[in-house]
Design a protein. Structure first.
Length: 338
């Protein structure tokens, strides 16, 4: 099969090369999927630079966690899939439901687990889900990391209620899916961005309040001012320690900040005592389990959510797709067809 592969010791996307590899064959309880589309997450940039958990790659790696395609072969004993089914792999392999397994777990697209940026993907049948009937392969390819993370933030523990206010940071992949899931669940949405033009686009997706975090550095106070002092019931915290202080200002009494992102880094966190005064919760999250992915897919079919795809690149231009994903132009998801 053809695959895009990061070299051992890769320092960046210039070390991503198109290679020919043996076709993987499904063993007992395994499923083989012909991948049709993949998508890139912020995390994949770290894998390519050798800065993901575990550091530099010690052997060649097919990257990317997210992809969707059709089942072309099933191994002995497979019961959950048949040839022709449309499927996507789960980011955390074999975390089907319940509490998370100990960290780190095998996750697609980083050692020790294969990635999706190849013509074929073979995994245990428990590591796949059926994708929504209402989505194309390109749209479904945006879900395994960004979609499940956004769903878990709003439904994984404390459940979103109609009328809640959700604050989500930036206009990248997780943020826009959180916006769409929150709107589908009857919530009011506040979105931040460094770009007024992107904020206008976010409003067309249903964001009610849009705040430019570059021109309004005290955006946490702005959230309070624009909600009659109440704040956000959920903060989808994608910025990391550089934004956490403002998120603690923005969160409502009894609200939840879901700690997801590291866009501004992980060091020098502000004092958490503002949470005490607000009786608020800081909840850590690492993507989610298969049951959450299945719930998300059911909700997508029922509500008509269409993930926002910014740009689609052909397989041969995968490196350009990485560069675009890391650029300031990004709005939503970047997809690579296979
Ligand atoms: N814990 C987990 O399981 C998990 C799962 C998924 C993602 N993540 C993390 O979540 C973050 C977002 O991931 P992603 O894949 O959605 O990223 P992405 O698509 O690359 O999002 C990039 C966007 O983030 C926004 N941004 C950058 N700096 C910001 C800041 N200081 N304040 C607010 N927004 C800022 C920018 O929006 P504007 O251009 O509009 O300013 C940028 O376009 C990353 O740190 C990623 O590692 C964690």
């Amino acid at each position: 099969m053809r695959a895009q592969q990061l070299a051992s010791g890769a320092k960046g996307v210039e070390d991503l090369k198109l290679v020919e590899l043996p076709d993987p064959q499904p063993g007992p309880h395994q499923v083989k999927v012909r991948v049709r589309a993949t998508s890139i997450n912020y995390r994949d940039q770290a894998v390519a630079k050798g800065r993901y958990f575990g550091g530099a790659l010690k052997q060649p790696q097919i990257p990317l966690s997210d992809g969707a395609g059709e089942v072309v072969a099933v191994g002995e004993g497979v019961t959950r899939f048949k040839i022709g089914d449309r499927a996507a792999g789960t980011f955390v392999q074999l975390w089907n439901d319940g509490a998370p397994p100990p960290f780190p777990q095998p996750a697609l697209g980083a050692p020790p687990t294969v990635g999706t940026l190849a013509e074929y993907l073979v995994l245990h049948e428990d590591g796949f889900v059926h994708i929504p009937k209402s989505l194309s392969f390109e749209e479904a390819a945006t879900l395994p990391c960004a979609g499940v993370t956004a769903w878990n933030a709003l439904y994984g523990e404390r459940q979103l209620k109609p009328g809640d206010t959700v604050l989500t940071l930036g206009t990248g992949g997780v943020s826009l899916l959180a916006l769409q899931i929150a709107r589908a669940g009857g919530a009011r949405v506040i979105v931040t961005s460094s770009s007024d033009e992107k904020l206008e686009r976010a409003k067309t997706l249903g964001a009610e309040i849009a705040i430019n975090y570059a021109s309004t550095p005290e955006w946490g106070q702005a959230v309070l001012d624009l909600t009659d002092g109440r704040g956000a019931d959920f903060v989808v915290e994608l910025g990391g320690t550089g934004t956490l202080g403002q998120s603690m200002t923005a969160v409502a009494q009894g609200g939840t900040i879901v700690l997801i992102g590291v866009l501004t880094g992980m060091d020098n966190a502000p004092s958490p005592h503002a949470l005490m005064r607000k009786r608020a919760t800081l909840r850590g999250l690492l993507v989610g389990n298969r049951g959450m992915f299945e719930d998300l897919n059911r909700a997508i079919d029922a509500t008509g959510i269409k993930p926002v795809i910014d740009k689609v690149f052909p397989f041969e231009q995968a490196a350009d797709a990485y560069r675009y994903q890391a650029s300031a132009k990004l709005f939503g998801k970047v997809v690579i067809t296979v």
